[in-house]
Write a protein of this length. Structure first.
Length: 256
């Protein structure tokens, strides 16, 4: 009878995606700057069940209002899942005179933090659920090594906030003139496992050491947070108890 109860409990847990073992990372939330009908939007393209995600926004240094910011990236390829979003020609970016409020891209991380040169969003699980994060992926293009925002640094509110030294990871877009995939591993960051509160992520952008607009295009597309949504331990106890009851009912009916 004990074996029956355990089998029933695990079966119910599988049904809600939380049975013991390793779960495959999925899209927690992702942004394509396209609502699926070739219309530009800052809302998430998709968000996992049990999760609330904000629109993707920009820091004070960057500008998101000029229609010329719509740039061509006709691909559904993403750095995380095999495909994500649409192949419509919508994304975020522009030359520095369009993408930057002051026509003065940040040239280092400290300046990017002080100016507010970032793109960001928040995620939060529903009550009784928690997030285990796996990776932060995106596509980016930089057309000039000294005039574009070809460097980046990822921060979160759960890993110390948005001050210098708290960056999760940094990187550089070294292949110029095309969209390239980037992936930042989060599964080894303890603070990003078991999240139950709202968490903000910011990708700070910098690296423009020459104040020249020519060839300064920077673009982004398919910004995705990957991970798993699982119940908190207290929720598992409740589901386990229900599974035991269902198992007992099934066993008694079988005995009859």
């Amino acid at each position: 009878m004990t074996r029956i109860f355990l089998t029933a409990a695990c079966g119910l847990a599988v049904a809600i995606g939380v049975c013991a073992g390793t779960a495959q990372a999925d899209v927690i939330t992702g942004y394509d700057w396209d609502d699926g009908t070739n219309t530009r939007t800052n809302a998430p393209f998709s968000t996992a069940a049990g999760v609330t995600a904000s629109d993707i926004g920009l820091g004070a240094a960057l500008n998101n209002s000029n229609p010329v910011l719509v740039q061509t990236h006709q691909s559904t390829t993403a750095a995380g899942p095999p495909t994500f979003g649409t192949a419509n020609p919508l994304g975020l970016g522009g030359n520095r005179n369009l993408f930057d409020n002051n026509n003065d891209f940040a040239n280092n991380l400290g300046q990017a933090i002080n100016q507010g040169s970032f793109i960001g969003f928040t995620v939060s699980p529903d009550p009784g659920l928690k997030l285990n994060l796996d990776s932060f992926t995106f596509m980016s293009q930089a057309n000039h090594v000294n005039r574009s925002l070809d460097e980046f640094a990822l921060f979160s509110s759960a890993t110390g906030g948005f001050t210098f030294g708290n960056q999760i990871d940094t990187g550089t877009n070294t292949t110029l003139g095309q969209y390239n995939p980037f992936s930042i591993a989060l599964n080894g960051v303890p603070e990003l496992q078991g999240l139950t509160d709202e968490t903000e992520f910011r990708l700070y952008l910098f690296g423009a050491t020459q104040n020249n607009n020519a060839g300064s295009f920077t673009g982004f597309d398919k910004v995705i947070l990957n991970g798993t949504v699982v119940p908190e331990p207290s929720s598992l106890i409740i589901w386990g108890g229900l599974a035991s009851v269902f198992g007992l009912v099934w066993w008694r009916r079988r005995k009859c």
